[in-house]
Design a protein around this ligand. Structure first.
Ligand code: SF4
Ligand SMILES: [Zn+2]
Ligand SMILES: [Zn+2]
Length: 332
């Protein structure tokens, strides 16, 4: 039985030593529970867990008006558990609607990691009968991520994030997509909010919730943003759609990794911390509406992608790569 925490939800705190799993009955039937949601107080068996998961994702999609009939949605599928769950869940909750899903996998070029997840991404798209496209950093930008960050002198996640976002937007436009769906979950959201608090980057924090469409930018949706990471892993497991769990070799070099561990530890001691971090931020956003003007985007003079300055971040980094000048590491 799973309860409360997940990968790394282990915490060295004395509060938590000696917690034992218990055999518990589902709150909605007489089957054995496979999960206890400490934040809701519910114990759920496999069937009721799947129902609950899909209902909550469908609610998020509906209340935020994420999907409209007739739309073509590019789903970013890396082959990891979040995006696998996203594609699987969307294909189920949107099955009766006039919505087309297209899977797009970005191959950043990370040796010993990405090749395997691409195989997993292909497998899930094939299983669901969904068209899949692969776009690579090498084809789009001329470099693989491993070549961009030799000796890891710069934070790989900075490069990876900038180019992946740009590659997805470019691919979505080529495919005539109306939206790009990504597998960001509640843990990711809480981490991003906390990272921006820690850096004191309030402008960036407030930009985290775009409130209107911008020209040249295919709107992004995050249907799993209210789902805890551990429930996503369980959803994949019970649906037998994902078995292998791998972590990017660069993952531990980022500030996010430290924040993730900190948030997992807090969640373990004080269940509901991640949820309240995201909820609290939503309240701040609601109060601050109007205080932070949304940045106007204009086409990058080099590639035409929307950006705030003359040159988009991807082109800026490409310039650095082409010149191969020594430069200070980007902030983590
Ligand atoms: S951990 Fe960093 S480098 Fe690895 S896939 Fe994620 S963003 Fe990219
Ligand atoms: Zn049940
Ligand atoms: Zn550009």
């Amino acid at each position: 039985m799973t309860d409360g925490g997940l990968r790394g939800d282990s915490c060295d705190s004395a509060h938590h030593k000696g917690t034992k799993a218990q055999r518990t009955i589902c709150s909605q039937c007489s089957e054995r529970a496979i999960i206890s949601q400490r934040y809701s107080g519910l114990h759920l068996c496999q069937d009721h867990f799947i129902q609950d998961f899909e209902r909550r994702v469908a609610d998020t999609v509906q209340k935020n008006n994420m999907v409209r009939d007739g739309e073509r949605i590019v789903v970013a599928v890396s082959g990891g558990k979040d995006s696998t769950a996203l594609l699987f869940c969307l294909s189920r909750i949107l099955a009766k609607r006039d919505v087309e899903l297209v899977a797009v996998t970005v191959d950043e070029g990370i040796a010993g990691y990405r090749d395997d997840t691409i195989v997993a991404a292909k497998a899930i798209a094939e299983k669901l009968g969904i068209e899949q496209h692969i776009v690579s950093f090498r084809e789009e930008y001329g470099y693989e991520l491993d070549e961009m960050v030799p000796g890891k002198k710069v934070a790989p996640c900075t490069y990876c994030g900038v180019f992946r976002k740009s590659a997805l937007n470019r691919a979505a436009k080529r495919m005539g997509a109306d939206k790009v769906a990504t597998g960001h979950n509640q843990d990711d959201e809480a981490q991003t909010i906390m990272m921006n608090y820690l850096k004191g980057d309030i402008e960036r924090l407030m930009r985290f919730r775009p409130w209107r469409a911008q020209k040249g930018l295919v709107p992004r949706i995050k249907p799993l943003r209210e789902m805890p990471e551990k429930e996503i892993a369980l959803y994949c497991m019970v649906n037998q759609v994902f078995t292998e769990s791998r972590e990017c070799p660069y993952a531990n070099l980022s500030l996010r990794a430290d924040v993730r561990d900190m948030m997992n530890c807090l969640e373990s001691q004080f269940p509901g911390t991640k949820h309240s971090t995201v909820e609290g931020f939503e309240k701040i956003v609601a109060k601050a509406q109007g205080s932070y003007a949304q940045m106007e985007l204009a086409p990058c003079r080099q590639c035409g992608e929307p950006c705030v300055k003359e040159l988009c971040k991807a082109c800026e980094l490409l310039e650095i790569l082409k010149n191969r000048v020594e430069f200070a590491p980007f902030s983590r």
